[in-house]
Unconditional design. Structure first.
Lengths: 326, 275
C-alpha cells in the first residue's frame, strides 16, 4: 500500500493544487464563518462572543424576511417564464433546419454579456420618466408606470434582466436534450396517431425531465444569489435595496451588513441562512421534478400489489359465496 | 402551401422574434452611446444611431481610468484562465487515466465542493485575504480562482473518453514520466476541451462583479465591471457616457466569444448533458 502511494506521487501532486486552494479559500472560510457568526465583530476590533444571538436576531429581523420574500418573488418571476420560453425556443430550434448556428449564437450572446452593462441598459429602458418602455406605453395611450419606484415594478425589472440573460443558455441546453431523444420514439408516437401537442407533453417533456431538473437546480442556485442586478440598478451604497428596500435580495442584505455596515458576524449568519434556503430549494426541486426512480418503482409495485390483493379478495368472496350456496 | 412548410415558417418567425428581443438591448446600447443625454431623454426618444459616439467615449476616458481598468481586468482574466487550464487539465488527466489509492474518495470530495455557495464564505474569505495582506492586490483576484472543481469535473469527463489508454501505455513503455505523458499525450488530445474551458473561464472572470467589488478597495485599481458601475454612480445624469463605457466594456468580450462561439455552445450543452 505504502509503495502504491509512493508510486502515485505524481498523480497526487497533479490534483493537489485544487485541494490546497480549496482548503485555504473554501473549506477553512466555511468553518471560520461558523465561528464568526457566533461573534459580534466589525472586522477590525476584537471579536465579542455572542453565541446564537446573531441567529435569533436574524429570525426576528423584518429586513431579512423582506429580503427572503423579495428574492423568492424575483426568482419565481424570472425562472418560470425563463424555463418555459427556453423550452419553446429549443423546440423551434430543434425543428429548424436553416440558420441554426446564427440562431444559437444570437440566443447565447446575452449570457456572455456582463451583468453590469446589461443592467445599465435595462435600467434606462425601465427608467421612470424617460425610459423607452414608458415612452412606448405613452405612445399607445397607456400611462407611465414608475418601474423603478414601485415594489412590483422593481421586481419585474430585475426579473426581466435575469430572464433576458438566461433564456438562450437554457434553450441551448434543452436543445441538446431534445437531440438526444431517439427519432424512433417520435416515429412510434406518429404511428399511434398522436397529435404534435400530445407528442410534446407526453413524450418530449417526460424524456427531457433530467435536463429540466438540471436547469431548474442551476436556476434556483443562481436565482437565490441575485445581487448585481439590484446593486447596479440602484447604484447607491446608502440605499442598496432601492426605494422601500423592494429590490433588497438575500445577498444584497449580506453585502450591506458585512461590507457597508461592517457587521461581519451578522453577515456570516446571513450566509448560513442563504445556504439553508438553497439546500431546501434544491431538495424541493429534486422532489418535484426529479422524483427518484426507486420511488416510482415502489409506488407502481404497491399499486400492482393492491390490485392483486383486490382481485384475490374478490375471488375469496366469490369462493365464499359459492361455498355458502353449496 | 403544405402544413409542414407552414409550420417551418411559423417556427422561423417565432425564432426571429426571439432573436430581435435578444439583440435589441445591444442596438439600444449603441443608440444611447451615440446620442447626447438630452437627446436620449427627449420625447419621443431617438431610435436611431447618432453621431456622438466618439465624443461620449472620450468623456469615459476623461472620467475613469478606462484602459487601466481594462488592462487590470485583462491581466486577471488571462492569468486565471491560464492557471485554471493548466491545473484543471492536469488534475483531470490524473483522475481520468490513472488509478491511485483514495482516487474515488478524493473525486467525491471534489464534487461535494460544488454544493457550497460562494456567498457562504464571502465574509471569512475577505477576512482571510486581509490576514494575508492581499486586499487591493491582484493576488486576491487571481489565486483563489486558480483551480476549480467545475473545470476538473468537466475536463475529466472529456479526458476519460478522448484519451486512448494505448497511447499512455506506449508512453509509459518509452519511459516517459507522468508529467511528460500529460504534455505529449494528454494536452494535444484535450485541446478542444481546453478551448471551451478557456473561453468559459475568461468570460466569467471578465464579468465578475461581487468579488472584485469587495477586494479591490483602491479606487485607482478597479476592474472594468466595478469601474463601469462607478461611472454610473458618479455621473448618474450623463447616460450617454455611461452607455459608451458599457459598450466599450462589452466589445472585447463579445469578440472572444464570437471567435469560438460555434464549438463553445456545443461543448457547453454536451457538458450539461453529462452531468
Amino acid at each position: 500500500m505504502q509503495n502504491r502511494i509512493r508510486q502515485a506521487f505524481p498523480q497526487y501532486a497533479a490534483i493537489s493544487p485544487f485541494f490546497i486552494l480549496f482548503a485555504i479559500f473554501g473549506a477553512f472560510p466555511v468553518l471560520f464563518s461558523i465561528w464568526i457568526s457566533f461573534h459580534s465583530w466589525d472586522g477590525i476590533g476584537p471579536m465579542k462572543w455572542v453565541g446564537l444571538e446573531q441567529y435569533s436576531y436574524l429570525l426576528g429581523d423584518p429586513t431579512f424576511w423582506k429580503a427572503i420574500g423579495n428574492t423568492m418573488i424575483i426568482w419565481v418571476l424570472s425562472t418560470v417564464p425563463m424555463l418555459l420560453l427556453a423550452l419553446v425556443i429549443a423546440n423551434a430550434l430543434h425543428n429548424a433546419t436553416r440558420f441554426r448556428t446564427f440562431y444559437r449564437i444570437a440566443y447565447f450572446i446575452p449570457n456572455v454579456t456582463s451583468v453590469v452593462a446589461v443592467t445599465l441598459v435595462f435600467g434606462s429602458i425601465f427608467s421612470n420618466n424617460f425610459g423607452l418602455l414608458n415612452a412606448f406605453l405613452q405612445s399607445i395611450g397607456l400611462g407611465k408606470i414608475e418601474w423603478l419606484t414601485q415594489p412590483w415594478g422593481i421586481k419585474i425589472a430585475i426579473a426581466t434582466i435575469v430572464t433576458w440573460r438566461w433564456v438562450g443558455y437554457n434553450a441551448i441546453i434543452y436543445l441538446a436534450g431534445l437531440q438526444a431523444i431517439s427519432a424512433d420514439v417520435y416515429e412510434a408516437a406518429k404511428m399511434d396517431g398522436a397529435s404534435p401537442r400530445q407528442t410534446f407533453w407526453r413524450i418530449t417533456v417526460p424524456m427531457l425531465r433530467p435536463v429540466i431538473l438540471f436547469t431548474a437546480v442551476t436556476s434556483t442556485i443562481g436565482g437565490l444569489q441575485i445581487f448585481t442586478e439590484s446593486r447596479v440598478l440602484f447604484g447607491d451604497t446608502s440605499n442598496i435595496g432601492g426605494p422601500g428596500d423592494a429590490g433588497m435580495t438575500i445577498v444584497s442584505y449580506l453585502y450591506q451588513s458585512a461590507f457597508i455596515k461592517n457587521q461581519f458576524g451578522y453577515g456570516a449568519a446571513i450566509g448560513w441562512a442563504l445556504f439553508i434556503v438553497i439546500v431546501l430549494f434544491s431538495i424541493i426541486n429534486w422532489r418535484l421534478i426529479g422524483g427518484s426512480d426507486d420511488e416510482r418503482l415502489t409506488s407502481r409495485a404497491k399499486r400492482r400489489a393492491e390490485r392483486k390483493i383486490a382481485v384475490q379478495k374478490a375471488a375469496d368472496v366469490q369462493e365464499k359465496e359459492l361455498a355458502d350456496v353449496r | 402551401m403544405s402544413v409542414e412548410r407552414l409550420r417551418t415558417l411559423v417556427g422561423h418567425v417565432v425564432l426571429m422574434l426571439g432573436v430581435a428581443v435578444s439583440l435589441f438591448p445591444f442596438y439600444w446600447m449603441v443608440v444611447m452611446a451615440s446620442n447626447t443625454t438630452p437627446d436620449i431623454f427627449s420625447y419621443p426618444p431617438k431610435l436611431l444611431i447618432g453621431s456622438h459616439l466618439f465624443e461620449n467615449m472620450g468623456k469615459v476616458l476623461d472620467n475613469v481610468d478606462f484602459f487601466g481598468s481594462m488592462l487590470l481586468t485583462l491581466i486577471t482574466a488571462v492569468s486565471v484562465t491560464v492557471l485554471v487550464l493548466f491545473f484543471d487539465s492536469l488534475a483531470a488527466f490524473a483522475f481520468a487515466k490513472y488509478q491511485f489509492p483514495g482516487q474515488k474518495v478524493l473525486f467525491g470530495l471534489l464534487l461535494a465542493t460544488f454544493m457550497i455557495p460562494a456567498q457562504l464564505s464571502l465574509v471569512p474569505q475577505f477576512v482571510t485575504l486581509a490576514e494575508f495582506g492581499w486586499i487591493g492586490s491582484l493576488k486576491a483576484l487571481i489565486i483563489p480562482g486558480a483551480a476549480n472543481a467545475f473545470g476538473i469535473f468537466w475536463m475529466r469527463q472529456y479526458a476519460a473518453g478522448a484519451i486512448p489508454d494505448e497511447l499512455i501505455s506506449a508512453a509509459k513503455v518509452d519511459g516517459a514520466s507522468f508529467f511528460r505523458q500529460y504534455l505529449s499525450v494528454g494536452l494535444p488530445v484535450l485541446r478542444p476541451g481546453l478551448a471551451f474551458l478557456g473561453i468559459f473561464t475568461f468570460i466569467n472572470v471578465w464579468n465578475d462583479y461581487l468579488w472584485p467589488l469587495i477586494v479591490m478597495t483602491d479606487p485607482n485599481r478597479l476592474t472594468l465591471q466595478v469601474a463601469l458601475d462607478q461611472l454610473n454612480g458618479l455621473y448618474n445624469t450623463d447616460y450617454s457616457m455611461v452607455m459608451a463605457g458599457a459598450l466599450m466594456s462589452v466589445i472585447p468580450l463579445i469578440g472572444v466569444f464570437l471567435i469560438g462561439a460555434r464549438s463553445f455552445i456545443a461543448d457547453l450543452a454536451a457538458g450539461a448533458m453529462k452531468s
